[in-house]
Design a protein around this ligand. Structure first.
Ligand code: ACO
Length: 428
């Protein structure tokens, strides 16, 4: 196989090495293209651009494959343990018993927020967007742990990761309670990660929320399936911000903002809004599908389509089954699930969606599960943050461990005015 491709333009040649990944994917290394030929590449949306080499997650979008550190995500389904997967992503291998126990203790020890942070929550209006609070609070916890801004080795990274992964759960629960005017509930050190989240969200000082093991497993699974997805918009944002040597907390806070948008993590909210809109009777599933296909409408079938998956998102397959299980366990008959099934059936048999390879993505069923568990729609994307945080930390670490990392600074093609002159204010 050719190991170098020559690109010749105007008599100038750039020898571009062929880079081959461990799963055989190929890329052209064009890092010397501009120096050799004066040209840059233009790839809006980066659909053809690899921004880094990474050993964390592998996706084959055509075959619907997703693996964390080489392990297919389906293998995490039977005994879902989000804490274990978080450690795997960050440190590159499954933790040994003692390592997992140590990390779990660190998570328990770090569940509390500095009491001064309560004032920060108080400062937000009751109508504040939970994602805005979440991003602000991640930067705020950084203010209390600046010694871990730039972890220098694995023990420091583990401590920083434990603080972030543990405290994000408390931040999510306090955000939920602040918006409702409910008293804050502190973590219970006897509870595991997901059970503790549900306890902090739903217990009352006089009434402890009872956590069912199947619901706890479903939450673990949701977080695991959101834990990493290589160079998606928010992870690329974390790497972009981190490339300037901005600290871990600031980089993750930026990731939250990128995740917020409805074309990314915010899609789980948009899916529920879409299902509710159809349920309320203004539109049928058939009409919605027609609208989503029209080029003159800005409606999309939310929870469908993916930049990388041109096949069924393997996470959606797992969550579809989990959704059925959770509703059965909680004895809930949710009409939104019937609408989701109907939309899926219509889309998968419609040439518009088939030709464009648009399939359900991770967000299509996750919202119905979260709603059944009692999590309100405006907290869905915050749940996504909890899940995605280990992935962001893993990518930040990988980038910082790589001595060849450069500041991320794309170029552009300028299309603005040329040769203009300043006109004094009184002459305009
Ligand atoms: N409904 C209707 N049409 C769609 C949809 C959709 N959900 N998604 C893509 N299309 C159409 C586009 O209109 C376009 O049609 P055209 O070729 O006739 O112009 C074609 O499919 C390609 O779409 P692009 O937007 O170019 O694809 P891209 O890879 O840039 O977008 C994205 C991917 C943003 C996920 C898109 O599919 C979408 O908006 N989906 C709905 C939002 C969503 O569910 N986002 C969550 C993604 S998963 C995640 O981030 C966790």
């Amino acid at each position: 196989m050719t190991s170098t491709i020559s690109i010749s333009i105007d008599g100038k040649t750039c020898e571009c090495p062929m880079i081959i990944g461990s799963e055989g994917e190929r890329a052209l290394d064009i890092s010397h293209l501009r120096a050799a030929t004066g040209l840059i590449t233009l790839d809006p949306g980066y659909g053809n651009t690899g921004s880094c080499q990474s050993a964390i997650t592998y996706i084959d979008g055509e075959k619907g494959i997703l693996r964390y550190r080489g392990i297919p995500i389906q293998e995490f389904v039977e005994h879902p343990n989000f804490v274990e997967v978080a450690w795997l992503l960050i440190f590159g291998r499954l933790p040994k018993k003692a390592e997992l126990a140590r990390f779990s203790v660190r998570l328990t020890d770090n569940a509390h927020l500095h009491e001064a942070m309560k004032h920060n929550f108080e400062g937000f209006p009751a109508t504040a967007q939970p994602m805005a609070i979440t991003s602000a609070m991640i930067n705020t916890i950084g203010c209390f742990h600046s010694e871990l801004f730039l972890p220098r080795d694995d023990p420091e990274t583990e401590e920083a990761a434990a603080r972030l992964i543990s405290k994000i759960r408390t931040i999510a629960a306090f955000t939920y309670r602040k918006v409702r005017g409910l008293p804050y509930i502190y973590a219970n050190p006897r509870l595991r990660y997901c059970a503790n989240l549900l306890h902090m969200m739903f217990s009352m000082p006089y009434d402890e929320h009872v956590i069912d093991k199947e619901i706890e497993d479903a939450m673990n699974l949701i977080f695991i399936l959101h834990a990493d997805h290589e160079q998606n918009c928010s992870t690329s944002t974390v790497r972009m911000v981190g490339s300037s040597q901005a600290n871990l907390f600031a980089s993750c806070a930026a990731g939250v903002c990128a995740l917020w948008g409805p074309r990314h993590g915010g899609a789980n909210v948009a899916v529920l809004e879409m299902l509710e809109r159809i349920h309320q009777g203004g539109l049928t599933a058939e009409k919605y599908i027609e609208l989503a296909k029209r080029k003159d409408s800005d409606v999309r079938l939310m929870g469908f389509g993916h930049r990388v998956y041109k096949n069924y998102d393997p996470r959606a397959r797992i969550l579809q089954k989990t959704c059925e299980k959770v509703l059965k366990k909680l004895k809930i008959k949710d009409p939104l699930l019937d609408i989701a099934r109907k939309l899926e059936e219509l889309a998968l048999n419609d040439s518009y969606f088939v030709e464009r390879k648009l399939y359900p993505n991770v967000d299509f069923y996750s919202g119905i599960i979260l709603r059944a568990v009692g999590i309100p729609t405006n907290m869905f994307t915050v749940m996504f943050v909890i899940g995605r945080l280990p992935g962001w930390i893993a990518h930040w670490k990988e980038q910082h461990d790589d001595p060849t990392t450069k500041i991320a600074r794309p170029r552009q093609i300028y299309t603005g005015l040329v040769n203009q002159h300043y006109v004094p204010l009184d002459q305009r």
